[in-house]
Design a protein around this ligand. Sequence first.
Ligand SMILES: Cc1cc2nc3c(=O)[nH]c(=O)nc-3n(C[C@H](O)[C@H](O)[C@H](O)COP(=O)(O)OP(=O)(O)OC[C@H]3O[C@@H](n4cnc5c(N)ncnc54)[C@H](O)[C@@H]3O)c2cc1C
Length: 385
Amino acid sequence: MFLYDFIIAGGGASGLMLAYRMSKDAYFDDKSVLIIDKDEKNTNDRTWCYWEKGTGEWDHLLTKSWHKIYFGSTEYSETIDLLDYTYKMLRSADLYLHLKSEISKKSNFKFINDHIQLIEDNGLMVHITTDARNYIAKKVFSSIFDVSILTNQTAYPYLKQHFVGWFIKAELPIFDENVAGFMDFDIPQYGNTRFMYVLPTSRYEALVEYTLFSEELLDFGQYEAAIKNYIQVKFKLENYIITEKEQGNIPMTCYPFSDQNTSNLMFIGSSGGWTKASTGFTFANTIRYSSSLVQFIKENQNLKNFNIRNRYWMYDLIFLDVLHKNNALGSKIFTSIFANNEINKVLNFLDEEGSILDDFSIMTKTKPTINFMISGIMNLKQMIL
Ligand SMILES: Cc1cc2nc3c(=O)[nH]c(=O)nc-3n(C[C@H](O)[C@H](O)[C@H](O)COP(=O)(O)OP(=O)(O)OC[C@H]3O[C@@H](n4cnc5c(N)ncnc54)[C@H](O)[C@@H]3O)c2cc1C
């Protein structure tokens, strides 16, 4: 048996970010910390985007940033100045490398590549069984996602943000590298919420992603056909090469992930509910929650008491409920949000930092209002009863 003060199970975005923050805090200098991941995390397995006001902690690692975004739909299309905000793109390979090299400066932090089979809290200690051996820790933070907890329940609507993206290099300088294509719903919806996401990194290069917020995944070929068609129709582009591809399936749900936590075992990242249920954005929450979690750990608290739920949980639940019942409404909903509100307020709202008055103003302008009202009343009724 190998005993550690802390084990971080899964060294992806949230696991490495948490380990990094712990390694920068002198409180952990005399603690043993083990990070276990089945992979080496030395490839670019995803590209993160997030918005921030002004400069930020990871700016030195960014691939690209934009001060304008494009929103498109059949009813409203606009290039929007982000004012105080910047939309930022960070390749995971760059962040993994940086975090791992910083963490490795502390000799009490250790990395292991192994596949975890089981994690169990016996009330005193947490036991971890991997393919190679067994470990024990006083506290464990796990970002290993078990999708069966979502598929085995029906109480909370569960949609997926699923997508395939092509990094392409065009023959001609056809992209406006100053504008990130945030959401373009002006494509066939086929009864779902479907949009294109275009992130130009130069006039010749862009990530073009076909994204759905829906229940069922598509065949890989369907995503690719849609991307190919969009590039042809939107950019009139025939000659380009695909330099890289990415694929994702991010949970969109208000399921209370923290219910799985025990006094010594806590789920973090997407498996801990750090994904914003209505958008799938997780990275900005990972930056925030990893900081507050370090403070929480230092107070040696029961891990069941780490709370991230706020009033936005209810808003997201209503939104998901509406989209779950009528998946075609996404384009209308997002159009009304972006067309009828100042961008600063929209991004603040999505960051869960708006004032109650601004939240109310955004929600009353969000169409179709009647669906939201009915869903809100039903959800409230369910919670009270
Ligand atoms: C392609 C893609 C693009 C995304 N883009 C964005 C974006 O632009 N903005 C945004 O906010 N969010 C984005 N996300 C969502 C989210 O930010 C990422 O999924 C993020 O990586 C989630 O962090 P995590 O720590 O929860 O999970 P992960 O980063 O996936 O980390 C989990 C780790 O656990 C390891 N693991 C799993 N099972 C085991 C096991 N049994 N034993 C040992 N190790 C195991 C995995 O190897 C992995 O390293 C994207 C997701 C994907 C997939």
